[in-house]
Design a protein around this ligand. Structure first.
Ligand SMILES: Cc1cc2nc3c(=O)[nH]c(=O)nc-3n(C[C@H](O)[C@H](O)[C@H](O)COP(=O)(O)OP(=O)(O)OC[C@H]3O[C@@H](n4cnc5c(N)ncnc54)[C@H](O)[C@@H]3O)c2cc1C
Length: 221
């Protein structure tokens, strides 16, 4: 952890995800989809860095983060949800292997959508949203981060599925090999996969079985 940043504002965007706007340190440069480690700048927390993905773009004057809270003893996300405007956070250098390689399909589970929000915002900014689609799995509709923004970008090419309780306009199944076969016509495209570890592993396996090349799969390695 090497750079200090100030929290400018925070607010809930779902029942357990908060948006943070931070001052941007000089020289901060993060490609859409890359991550940084964040720690709360208090004696007992400053060595507890955790990875998050900025959803702000290169030319923005602030850093935006969307952070889901996992309650529990020693939970950094719980501590982050307590910080207020004016508090300090520590951020690391940028890292990560999720970067944009070309048109394709984004497949996200829960807070794993954050790198794709950054990439889609960048594509929207450059007028290049055509030929992209998103499959986004959550437990319930109330868990979907940036639902309206994502729909605005992709329209019908944005498929939401809710595995615990669903509703009109949402699929209600897990993302399995059959699901992918039904929703995707062309497996020679780029696939970007992000979410819990088993979600990423199962989807990558299914994509390869359906004909995707392993070098066309982009995920956090
Ligand atoms: C490169 C990268 C980028 C990330 N970007 C974001 C982001 O932009 N926004 C965001 O909200 N999260 C993001 N994450 C996930 C985030 O790093 C974790 O949620 C965080 O480290 C949890 O820390 P904690 O101390 O609160 O929880 P821990 O103390 O580590 O865990 C507390 C409890 O929550 C469970 N838990 C923790 N994380 C997860 C998870 N991801 N999925 C399911 N269960 C979990 C644990 O099993 C445990 O039971 C990213 C992860 C990586 C690797």
């Amino acid at each position: 952890m090497n750079t200090s940043t100030t929290v400018l504002m925070t607010g809930f965007i779902t029942h357990d995800v908060k948006r943070f706007i931070l001052s941007k340190p000089d020289g901060f440069n993060c490609k859409p989809g890359q991550g940084i480690e964040i720690a709360v700048d208090k004696a007992e927390w400053k060595s507890e860095g955790r990875p998050f993905t900025p959803t702000s773009l290169k030319d923005d004057l602030v850093i935006e983060l969307m952070i889901k809270r996992y309650p529990g003893v020693g939970s950094v996300t719980e501590e982050l949800h307590k910080v207020k405007a004016g508090d300090k956070l520590l951020i690391s250098d940028v890292f990560g292997s999720i970067t944009y390689n070309g048109p394709g399909v984004f497949i996200a589970g829960g807070a794993g959508v954050t790198p794709f929000i950054a990439i889609l915002r960048d594509l929207a900014h450059n007028g290049k949203l055509d030929d992209h689609s998103l499959i986004f799995s959550n437990k319930t509709p109330a868990d979907i981060i940036c639902e309206k923004e994502l729909k605005h970008y992709l329209g019908k090419r944005c498929i939401f599925t809710c595995t615990r309780s669903s509703g009109t306009g949402y699929e209600s199944r897990r993302v399995t090999k059959d699901f992918l076969k039904e929703k995707i016509d062309d497996f020679s495209r780029h696939f970007y996969v992000c979410g819990p570890e088993t979600f990423v592993k199962n989807i990558n396996t299914a994509l390869e079985e359906l004909g995707a090349r392993s070098d066309s799969l982009v995920f956090e390695r």
